[in-house]
Structure formats: C-alpha cells, structure tokens
Design a protein around this ligand. Structure first.
Ligand code: ASP
Length: 369
C-alpha cells in the first residue's frame, strides 16, 4: 500500500472491523459477511466513479476525489464482542500504514464504538492525521439506510479535512471520539457528545469549528498499546453495601470507574467509604464519573467530598467510556498508582475540561490534581 499523492485524489485507508454497517440478514439475524461490504460499496456511484480506479469517489464540491482501500479484519465482529486486543489491532494497523495514507476511517459496530474511539485517542499519541470512526443503524445493503451517508461523509472528513484527532462521525455530526456516547439504539441520530460541542456539522455546507480542534502535534506519531489489566466499572445504586463494594474491589483489582449520582455524589455512609478508602490505600485507583448524561464531577456537596476524602479522584466531565479506557491505558503503561491518579485528572487528549478558577469551587483538599 504505497502512498503517492495522485493528482486530485486523497488516499484513505478504511479499516473494516464489523458492525451492522456491513451485515447481511441471515437465518439467525444480522451477521457480518466477509467481503460483502466492499462488493456493495463498489456498486454505488458515490464510492466508485467508473472513469477512475476502483473505490474512487467522484469529484465533489471540493473538486477533489477520495480514493480508498479496504483492510478487512478477520473475523468481522459485532462490536459487543470487542475487547482490548481489538483496540490494539486497530491502533497497530494505523501505525503500520500511517505514512501511506492521508487519513483513516474505521468502520465499526455502534454498540461499543465510543469505547474504541476513546481507546484509540489515548493509544495514538501525537496523532497528526484524521482517524474517523463510523457505523450505521441499518446495513448499507438495505434500501433505506444511514450507512451510505455516514461512510461517504467519514471518507470526506478523513481525506479532505486536516483534523488531527480520533473522531466519531454520525448523522451529520463529527464528534471528538473520547467525548462521544451511543445515546439511541433506534434513531439515526445515535451518537452524541453531551459535555463537548461537535467538531463539525454537515448540512448544505460542512462547518468545522476549527477553534475546538486539537492542534497538530510537532512530535511524530507514537503508539502506546494497551495490555489487559484488571480495570472495571461499577454503577452506584441506592442500597449498595460496603460489603458488596469491598468484594468487588478485592483481589487483583487495579482500577475502578465508579459511576455516581449527579455532580459526583455517593452515599455518605461509613461502610462504603471505608471500603473505598481501604482499596485506594492498597493501590486501587478509583475514579468518580457521573451517571448523568451531562455532568461534571464537582465538590459542591458534602456527599461528593466524602468520596474524595476516601481517595476517589474526580473524572470531571469525562464519559464513563473515556474514563474506563483512559484508566486501563494508563495502567498499561506500568505507572505507579499516584501517577495514574494524576493522569486521570489531567486533560491528555481533550477528553476532560480542566477546572477554571472563575466558575467552580476549588478542588477538595488533598485531591491529587
Ligand atoms: N450490534 C451491532 C454492533 O455494535 C450494532 C451496530 O453496529 O449498530 O456491532
């Protein structure tokens, strides 16, 4: 796959990992079928100008074409079966072909796309090219579908817009990947970025909010993979006991994303707080994110401060998906727990909004920021 800038064409590598987008209805429901998506794309005029080499788009409004190649993963997966090894495989594929292409599109199931986008954002340090994840709610092979628009716009962003970030493109919006969440399993408008505005919106015109886009890094790409670690997420619920929490935090646990209420509150009860304190004293990194769709973890309430006093660090406005992947990525770098805690409260890839002295209370005393 050698890179040449060929006249009016930009080159994009499409990593096809699975998901509804390329599925076909079989006897047991929708299933991914090897080779099927490429065959379908090659039949559509939007993706294949017959006067050009295969898989080259017609010239659009920008007077440029996107030529793409497809690298299909084997096996193709429903994204609900994806794990750390799949994230690493995608990241290493991007590293291997980085110099040969102008940008990358990752075709992915929508169920766990926010996790993969977040994971890639941490793994691909000093990323200088666009990496756009997309999928669809209806397969591309069906008459009515959201796949054609999503793939076409993702190719346009990856090929023609120099946005050096891992993003998710869905239903007319380009979102920062580590801010995105799947919010709807029925609508085409399935992905949102509740705590950070879109990087671009697509209508008659494509409008990019360049002031929000991360600056192009000076350093070359450096890929720092994940390793399998004992990191978990737990959603608080009324009535959770200290005993249950202590059992969950037992033997071998290295980090926990604790999904709390509102602005980061939890029950101010000694049994729970003791379980958290004992675990964090023994080196488990516990991070507080909110169960609310839109929220920032703030020390506004005594209940939230009690968690901080028990050693729980604030995940601020990170999504649970970003917090989980960030925690497991930092743990994969073999850092001591205090460095991991510091990393969790630091903005590394635009995944959290740091505190501003003017609009918030001071962080709680003893917070390891
Ligand atoms: N279950 C599918 C997946 O995540 C759903 C989708 O692609 O929309 O792979």
């Amino acid at each position: 796959m050698a890179r040449q800038r060929e006249g009016d064409r930009e080159r994009v590598l499409v990593l096809y990992t699975g998901g509804t987008i390329g599925m076909r209805a079989g006897p047991r429901g929708y299933e991914p079928v090897p080779g099927f998506l490429g065959q379908q794309l090659a039949k559509l005029p939007q993706f294949h100008d017959p006067t050009q080499p295969p898989l080259t788009t017609p010239r659009g409004r920008f007077d440029r074409r996107v030529h793409f190649e497809i690298l299909e993963h084997e096996p193709l997966l429903d994204s609900s079966s994806m794990n750390v090894e799949n994230w690493v495989r995608i990241g290493l594929d991007i590293e291997r072909h980085y110099e040969d292409f102008d940008g990358f599109v990752v075709l992915h199931g929508t169920d766990t796309m926010a996790y993969t986008a977040s994971a890639l954002s941490f793994m691909l340090e000093s990323l200088g090219k666009p990496v756009v994840l997309t999928g669809s709610q209806i397969p591309l092979s069906e008459l009515r579908n959201d796949a054609i628009d999503n793939v076409l716009d993702a190719l346009v962003f990856a090929g023609l817009f120099a946005i050096p970030e891992v993003t998710v493109y869905f239903h007319h919006q380009l979102l920062r990947g580590n801010r995105s969440r799947k919010v709807d399993a029925q609508s085409f408008d399935a992905y949102k970025s509740p705590n950070f505005p879109p990087l671009a919106t697509v209508g008659v015109d494509i409008e990019v909010a360049w002031h929000r886009v991360l600056p192009r890094p000076r350093a070359p790409l450096s890929v720092k993979p994940f390793r399998r670690r004992n990191i978990a997420a737990l959603r608080l619920f009324p009535g959770m006991t200290g005993e249950l929490l202590a059992r969950f935090l037992g033997e071998g646990m290295e980090g926990l994303v604790l999904e709390t209420y509102g602005t980061g509150n939890g029950p101010d009860r000694p049994d729970l707080l003791q379980a958290l304190r004992a675990a964090s004293d023994s080196g488990v990194v516990i991070v507080n994110v909110s169960q609310c769709a839109r929220a920032t973890v703030l020390p506004s309430y005594a209940a939230g401060r009690a968690l901080a006093d028990a050693g729980v660090v604030s995940g601020r406005d990170m999504t649970a998906e970003a917090a989980l992947t960030k925690l497991s990525w930092l743990a994969s770098q073999d850092l001591p727990p205090d460095r991991v805690r510091r990393g969790m409260t630091t903005n590394l890839r635009g995944e959290l909004t740091p505190p501003s002295r003017w609009n918030e209370l001071d962080p709680p005393a003893g917070s390891p920021t």
